[in-house]
Design a protein around this ligand. Structure first.
Ligand code: UDP
Length: 328
């Protein structure tokens, strides 16, 4: 099958593109390299059936030309990362909403089906995990920049289902819960690469707030495997599906796990959100996915545990020429 991966040079997009090529699909990758990187495409470029187009999902004509050439679209291109979102709330809203609109409209015209990458962020202030797909979305005030990301993803989901209803577009929406792994960078937020880099460099691991807030971390290879299974499963069409791990961990425990894996003496320090982000920031105390729908669709899977994920990232970081001291 010939598919388009928007955001294919990004962290999840590049791993997804590799997996698609490995199973014999042809991949057209569209990425503006704003947060994605050429280097992420090294393995894809070595394969036949891969083509890279540099451009933005905001370029409606370009999106239409790309979509016309494929039978399916994995729409991952988006502004992501808490830091980037706080710095660029209007670009976040515009890219994530208008880009999604262009992709969906072009796919409906071309008869291509779509998988839309959404986020657990849309559950917002819900304080009662695990979060199920049909739970209400509790978004905060529109004048707080953090909510621009959740709002943009919720609108993207709404647009996807509107196209499904009005134009018969087959869509699957996945909500990723804290996907981590090789190639993820800490510059735009993302706690795991930040802790790994700090531990290897012997610098403080900065835990924001009291560290009791929880997240569930999923290895990117497991996220990609779930995405491909959902893509292949006709019963997933027309549905929102959580993709994540059930193991909930505090950020303090994560910091301790990373420090132990790196055999590092770097201190774990606590930092107020205002200092960390340069402004007051509402964080989520707990976040965990309800996975009944996912397992009902693709079956139960064994996934990598956090200790082995962290060990992999620590040894990859330590193998870098700068001994992991490189800035994220
Ligand atoms: N966090 C932290 N130190 C960092 C980066 C993030 O303590 O250097 C915290 C952040 O406040 C949040 C959690 O780690 O509670 C996960 O942050 P991330 O930005 O990775 O993901 P998200 O907030 O989107 O779940």
């Amino acid at each position: 099958m010939r598919v388009l991966v928007t955001g294919g040079a990004g962290f999840i997009g590049s791993h997804l593109s590799e997996a698609l090529l490995a199973r014999g699909d042809e991949v057209l990758c569209l990425d503006d390299l704003s947060t994605g990187r050429e280097a992420n495409l090294e393995l894809c470029r070595a394969q036949t059936g891969f083509e890279f187009v540099r451009g933005s999902v905001l370029d409606e004509a370009l999106v239409a030309r790309c979509v016309k050439r494929v039978e399916g679209v994995f729409h991952l291109a988006a502004r992501v990362g808490v830091r980037l979102v706080l710095e660029q709330p209007s670009a976040t809203l515009e890219t994530n909403v208008l880009g999604t609109r262009h992709v969906l409209a072009a796919a409906a015209r071309a008869g291509a089906r779509v998988l839309f990458a959404s986020s657990s962020e849309v559950y917002g202030r819900n304080e009662h995990p695990p979060f199920a797909e049909d739970d209400p979305l509790l978004l905060g005030a529109t004048n707080e920049p953090r909510w621009s990301y959740a709002s943009s993803k919720a609108l993207g989901e709404g647009l996807a289902f509107a196209h499904a209803r009005e134009q018969g577009l087959p869509v699957v929406v996945v909500r990723f819960f804290n996907v981590v792994g090789p190639r993820q960078r800490g510059s735009y937020g993302m706690v795991v690469p930040r802790f790994v880099r700090a531990a290897l460099a012997g610098e403080p691991l900065e835990v924001y707030g009291d560290g009791a807030q929880t997240r569930c971390f999923l290895h990117v290879a497991d996220a990609v495997a779930a995405v491909l299974s959902l893509w292949d499963e006709p019963r997933a069409r027309g549905q929102v599906v959580n993709v994540g791990s059930a193991r909930e961990l505090s950020i303090q425990a994560l910091a301790e796990c990373v420090r132990a894996a790196a055999a590092s003496r770097a201190p774990i320090v606590h930092m107020p959100y205002r200092e960390a982000y340069g402004m007051a920031m509402e964080d989520f105390r707990r976040r965990a996915p309800e996975l009944t729908r996912l397992t009902g669709l693709i079956g139960a899977r064994t996934i990598r545990d956090l200790e082995s994920i962290v060990a992999e990232l620590v040894s990859a970081g330590a193998a870098q020429p700068t001994s992991g001291a490189q800035r994220p």
